[in-house]
Design a binder for this molecule. Structure first.
Ligand SMILES: *Cc1c(COP(=O)(O)O)cnc(C)c1O
Length: 337
């Protein structure tokens, strides 16, 4: 199957499986899994932070970070479109007793500085205590402008807030912008990095930050059910991904560009845009279901919504992209005749 639904659908490569099978393991709840420890150290160093923590998912990694920054009755400022706010089941509120203060994202994914400034509440018993600003990079595939990130985190810091980055795809941001992962992480106190997206690992995220913050998050990880045992098997996949699938993210970005160019040539497909490994398009409402079924019959999986997102990844090459463009083209040609 050619699967464009997400970059989470990749299968472990033979090299990755080999690395997993030969991983040295221990019991990570006891802190003696050497492969997990190596992954945590390698990612912390890559991100320019003191310490790292391996967690099963990005959702849990973000939540453990939010809970390490904020206590009961505290508040975090976040974009309406942010994964932590919109796509994580409301975990900060439900499990962390943290009040989200969502703010409208601008078209480039940023949260306007004046809105952030206005949302930070005075110290007063009427208000939740505003403790944290959370940004996301990439967001909707877009790399946040570097100047904006330094202004927003500078504003947060000047008002006594900490800053968290949901860097699920920070490696895509690094490859696309030419900045290093450490440069992208430097303005933040904590960063959550996913290995099961473009990096192609089956499972895993690493949270990085100061020793003290990671110690606090380590306690929350246990409470949230994320203390794993011989998780070196999984950490080995993440280490392999860092060494082998990092620079090649540029291929995913080139394939997304190729896909956007191809789709822009089909009259029925509107509003084609592309950023890093994501392509956004509008399909005609009346075609969504039939288009999805027609592609599926040809071995192509997409979510053909009116506002659709197509994502490139490790298991797709340029020839696959051409196959997809041809299949969508021929669907619309057949429909007209
Ligand atoms: C995928 C993703 C996460 C975490 O998702 P999990 O499925 O829990 O690993 C967090 N933030 C962003 C921006 C993501 O894309």
């Amino acid at each position: 199957m050619i699967d464009l639904r997400s970059d989470t659908v990749t299968r472990p490569t033979p090299g990755m499986l080999k690395a997993m099978l030969s991983a040295e393991v221990g019991d990570d709840v006891w802190g003696d899994d050497p492969t997990v420890q190596r992954l945590q150290a390698v990612v912390a160093e890559r991100a320019g932070k003191e310490a790292g923590l391996f967690l099963p998912t990005g959702t849990q990694s973000n939540l453990a970070a939010l809970m390490a920054h904020c206590g009961r009755g505290d508040e975090y400022i976040v974009g309406q479109l942010a994964h932590t706010y919109k796509y994580e089941g409301g975990g900060a509120a439900v499990l962390g007793s943290i009040q989200p203060q969502p703010l409208e994202n601008a078209a480039d994914g940023s949260i306007p500085l004046d809105k952030i400034a206005a949302a930070i509440k005075p110290i007063d018993d009427h208000f939740a205590r505003t403790r944290l600003l959370a940004l996301e990079n990439t967001i909707g595939g877009k790399v946040l402008p570097a100047g904006y990130v330094s202004q927003a985190t500078g504003l947060a810091r000047s008002r006594g807030l900490a800053a968290h980055l949901d860097g699920a795809r920070v490696c895509n941001a690094a490859v696309a912008s030419g900045q290093s992962v450490a440069e992208l992480c430097a303005p933040f106190d904590s960063v959550s990095i996913c290995f099961s997206k473009g990096l192609g690992s089956p499972v895993g995220s690493v949270l990085v930050g100061s020793e003290a913050l990671i110690q606090a998050a380590h306690r929350w990880r246990k409470l949230l059910g994320g203390g794993m045992r011989q998780s070196g098997l999984l950490a080995a996949a993440c280490l392999y991904a860092l060494g082998h699938h990092d620079a090649r993210l540029a291929e995913d970005h080139a394939n997304a560009e190729r896909l956007a160019r191809g789709l822009a040539g089909i009259a029925e497909v509107k509003e084609v845009s592309q950023a890093t490994n994501m392509v956004f398009v509008q399909f005609p409402h009346e075609d969504c279901a039939a288009l999805e079924a027609s592609l599926k019959a040809r071995g192509i999986l997409i979510q053909a919504l009116y506002n659709a997102r197509l994502v490139t990844h490790l298991d797709l090459n340029a020839a696959d992209i051409d196959t997809v463009v041809e299949a969508i083209k021929s669907y619309f040609v057949a429909r007209k005749s």
